[in-house]
Design a protein around this ligand. Structure first.
Ligand code: PLP
Length: 438
């Protein structure tokens, strides 16, 4: 096994797998950002992960700052989660009937997130936002949806307009295959822009079913909402009879114990929430929930249809439930310490190297912008030096640290990002900053 060292790693086996993959999978990947399109080079094929470490098919080890894009909050292959999942799997993989574990997971979510009285489990964040939109449309009898530029809510047709990271990364303003009629039902507004929101409601208010917002956006880098913006979203949706959907797929149970909700200055809570990532602990689980009166519109209780063969899957729900129960205050303190150490090192190293930068932050979550302009929305996030990010990314990778392969992503830490792991990341940050400005 190669240790995380400077210099080129052997990557022949990853390259061979990529070639085999490309023959049978579009681009060789099952989610576009994994292809390294924004940073160049070729992705590593990982065969094993434990704690903060990824191991690839060539035997290289990497300290992981992606965390499977958010779910691995306890670190990879956490022993308690592994034990619970193994025990659950030994009792059966999927029953197609109600099961106790899905009820316990729903109870855990409802217990932790006050305004969520009732919750439905699904298999991905995309399903959660798609279903929340249908529910909002069914509840209000309206069709228009307001979203914000740079906010990503999964690959839902209606929400694939100006959707941040993956799309920002590939510079596609939109996706082919989305019907014009569907896109026409979505209003895209600049984020953190109260006058734009007021103007949209003044013109279209009576037709708006919902405003959907990333609770604190993480898909254009971390760009928290201003309190004024949060309060305007709540006030205007109320005044015009629209629902407010807070997408906490990324922030939920991660930005804080109670997600962004625990940090928000909105005052009154949103009507609906979507969760994913951490709620599945690395398995395909997501959820949407909110006020009982709204959720009661869902089938079988109400007329809004929504379903899933594997929804509430007992093995996946066990992973989510065990992960959430293990997310103690101590875990959030550990994440916050890791955030502080890593962002401190970035600030110090980048300042010394003369690299313009800003840190985005939402509770325990953070990202690094390679710009010296203040970042408050998608347009300012796009001022970044993405070419410099690509060089930094590869300098870190060569030193055995796996960053998100895009300048528009959060860096994800876990409860395993402590001690020696942090020391090695800090060292790599300093060395990489020097290298890219040498
Ligand atoms: N919403 C937000 C805020 C996300 O960050 C993501 C995924 O990154 C999604 C929705 C979509 O979730 P999934 O990839 O599980 O479909």
């Amino acid at each position: 096994t190669a240790s995380p060292a400077e210099g080129a790693q052997p990557t022949a086996s990853s390259a061979a797998w990529l070639e085999r993959g490309r023959a049978v999978i579009p681009g060789g990947v099952n989610s576009p950002v994994r292809a390294f399109g924004a940073v160049g080079g070729e992705p590593r094929f990982v065969v094993e992960a434990e704690g903060a470490v990824l191991r690839d098919v060539d035997g290289n080890e990497y300290l992981d700052l992606v965390g499977s894009w958010g779910p691995m909050i306890l670190g990879h292959t956490h022993p308690e989660v592994l034990e619970a999942v193994t025990a659950a799997a030994s009792r059966g993989f999927s029953f197609g009937t109600p099961n106790p574990t899905e009820v316990e997971l729903a109870e855990e979510i409802v217990r932790r997130i006050d305004p969520v009285e009732s919750v439905r489990l699904v298999n991905s964040g995309t399903e959660a936002t798609m279903s929340a939109l249908r529910l909002a449309r069914g509840f209000t009898g309206r069709e228009l949806v307001v979203k914000f530029a740079g906010n990503y809510h999964g690959h839902v047709d209606a929400l694939l307009a100006s959707a941040g990271s993956g799309l920002a990364t590939f510079a596609l303003p939109d996706s082919a295959g989305v019907p014009a009629a569907t896109a026409a039902q979505t209003l895209v507004l600049p984020f953190n822009d109260v006058p734009a929101l007021e103007a949209a409601f003044a013109e279209h208010g009576a037709g708006v079913a919902a405003v959907i917002v990333e609770a604190s956006p993480g898909n254009m880098g971390i760009v928290p909402p201003t309190p004024e913006f949060e309060q305007a979203m709540r006030r205007l949706t109320r005044e015009h009879g629209a629902l407010l959907i807070s997408d906490e797929v990324m922030t939920g149970f991660r930005a804080s114990r109670t997600g962004w909700l625990g940090l928000s200055q909105m005052g009154d809570a949103p009507d609906l929430f979507t969760f994913g990532k951490v709620v599945g602990g690395g398995f395909p689980v997501a959820a949407f929930g909110g006020r009982a009166e709204v959720m009661a519109q869902l089938a079988p209780a109400g007329p809004v249809y929504q379903a899933g063969t594997l929804s509430g899957n007992p093995v996946a729900a066990t992973a989510g439930l065990t992960t959430l129960r293990r997310c103690t205050d101590e875990v959030y303190a550990t994440l916050d310490h890791a955030r502080e150490v890593i962002t401190g090192a970035v600030t110090e190293a980048f300042t010394a190297a003369g690299i313009p930068h800003r840190i985005g932050r939402a509770g325990t979550m953070f990202s690094v912008f390679l710009t010296d302009a203040e970042v408050t929305d998608y347009a300012s996030a796009q001022q970044q030096d993405t070419a410099l990010h690509a060089r930094f990314f590869h300098a870190m990778l060569r030193r055995g640290v796996h960053l998100p392969p895009s300048a528009f992503e959060a860096w994800f830490v876990s409860a395993a990002h402590t001690g020696d792991v942090l020391d090695r990341i800090v060292e790599a940050i300093h060395a990489s900053a020097r290298e890219i400005t040498a």
